[in-house]
Design a protein around this ligand. Structure first.
Ligand SMILES: C[S@@+](CC[C@H](N)C(=O)[O-])C[C@H]1O[C@@H](n2cnc3c(N)ncnc32)[C@H](O)[C@@H]1O
Length: 425
């Protein structure tokens, strides 16, 4: 088999097992954007974007894919912004990266970080009040899951100063101060379509202005493809400093998909059943309704009169709303966890008992280890867990950053060696 850089739509259709109509629809919706062949104008797909599909990965690597694990050749450092309860930071640490400082405004989340990692340098407070210039050229990676906010445009290419007042500005300001080799922004999938794509375009243009090439197309990673028993999707935006002529490669997906049994029982993911812990309860009315929903069922499984009464106006609005009054099944991955487990429209009921998942069950579904404790009230704990990047996904992203930095240092050591040889001649 010849491995190529580009594939035609019919080749992609054959490899992925999706029809060409589906691929055209995915192109139009931005789910899998195609480039165009300059002369024929036919759709073509870059190998890198296809690699995020387990079937393509299997097609290329057969059974030879051994995982993304890459050992760091040096000690690599990270500055983690908007650190929350440390999902991303912990995953990066598990991959072999070293967090030199973490910024977070929420005192409960800072408590969580300090409780679990007393040696981490937690910078508590609003990011606006911190300068990061002490880390200039001393940190390899800057990461951050900045909350998404709209920019105002004046019909021109967006620059850093045009984004002032937003948290993305603070992320970009930190990158500009620190000048890491690579930066990573994490966000919800909705950023792709936010303001019809203009917000993301603006971010790419700001990073370009401050000296970073964003890896395009910006990819959405599906947590289920990275050993996480949850259907969470996150945008991972990567910027590579412009003086570095190296390709960053997103982590390759795994074929095994884990489910709720893997999350809560002893098995491949955890070596014991989930420990008992606190958790919130449904109000009696909601409990009465959810008692009628079977595992893997949702509001449509209720008797019609209860559907109408429970859904109220939403009943007449159309759309699937498959997350409402939802009970998860043991043999499926959990739907995306939110910051509050009992909120309407996003119920994820336990498969056998009519209650939300407990704090420790929530943490398991996000692949936090059982000994990672959370600080604050039960609702503060749910919020921190619901906000996090799943630890196993973060670990795989960590390996991809290590692979990039290994190549960078290998190349720069070589060029340092060749410069010194050159100056000796
Ligand atoms: C999506 S969460 C980050 C989750 C984290 N990456 C993880 O994996 O656990 C975003 C975080 O940004 C924090 N945040 C929001 N505004 C902030 C600000 N002005 N300064 C610092 N942190 C802020 C929030 O408190 C929240 O914990």
């Amino acid at each position: 088999m010849v491995i190529k850089d580009y594939y035609s739509i019919s080749e992609v259709s054959e490899i992925l097992g999706n029809s060409t109509e589906t691929l055209r629809r995915w192109d139009n919706s931005g789910k899998l954007p195609a480039a165009r062949e300059p002369i024929s104008d036919y759709r073509i797909y870059k190998k890198e974007q296809l690699e995020l599909f387990p079937r393509f990965n299997e097609y290329i690597n057969g059974n030879n894919f051994q995982g993304n694990f890459t050992e760091p050749n040096n000690s690599y450092s990270v500055l983690e912004l908007f650190a929350g309860a440390g999902g991303l930071a912990l995953g990066l640490e598990k991959a072999g990266l070293k967090c030199v400082a973490l910024n977070e405004i929420d005192k409960w989340a800072c408590g969580t970080l300090r409780k679990n990692r007393p040696k981490w340098n937690v910078l508590e407070g609003d990011i606006q009040n911190f300068s990061f210039s002490e880390y200039t050229n001393k940190v390899d990676i800057v990461t951050g899951g900045f909350p998404c906010q709209a920019f105002s445009y004046a019909g021109k290419k967006l620059g850093l100063n045009d984004t002032r007042g937003t948290l993305f500005y603070e992320f970009a300001r930190a990158v500009n101060e620190v000048k890491p080799k690579i930066c990573l922004g994490e966000n919800v999938k909705g950023l792709l379509s936010h303001e019809k794509g203009k917000t993301l375009e603006g971010m790419i243009s700001v990073l370009d202005e401050i000296g970073y090439n964003v890896v395009t197309p910006v990819q959405v990673l599906k947590a289920i493809n990275y050993n996480v028993p949850q259907k969470r999707e996150r945008i991972i935006l990567i910027g590579v400093r412009k003086d570095i002529d190296l390709k960053y490669k997103y982590p390759l997906p795994y074929e095994t998909i884990y489910n709720l049994t893997d999350a809560l029982k002893k098995g491949d993911l955890f070596d014991c059943n989930v420990p008992k812990s606190e958790g919130s309860k449904y109000p009696q009315h909601k409990k009465n309704v959810l008692d009628l929903v079977p595992p893997k069922g949702y509001w449509r499984d209720l008797p019609l009169d209860i559907q109408k009464e429970y859904m109220q106006k939403s009943f007449y609005l159309g759309g699937g709303k498959t997350g409402m009054a939802r009970r998860i099944g043991w043999d499926e991955p959990c739907l995306t966890l939110t910051c509050s487990p009992a909120q309407k429209q996003t119920e994820r009921c336990h498969p056998e008992e009519t209650r939300p998942f407990t704090v420790r069950e929530y943490a398991r579904i996000q692949t936090f280890p059982d000994d990672w404790s959370f600080h604050g009230s039960v609702s503060q704990q749910y919020k921190q867990i619901g906000n996090a990047v799943p630890v196993n996904l973060a670990k795989e992203i960590g390996y991809s950053l290590i692979a990039f930095l290994n190549k960078y240092y290998e190349k720069s050591n070589k060029s340092e060696a060749s410069t010194s040889i050159a100056s000796a001649i």
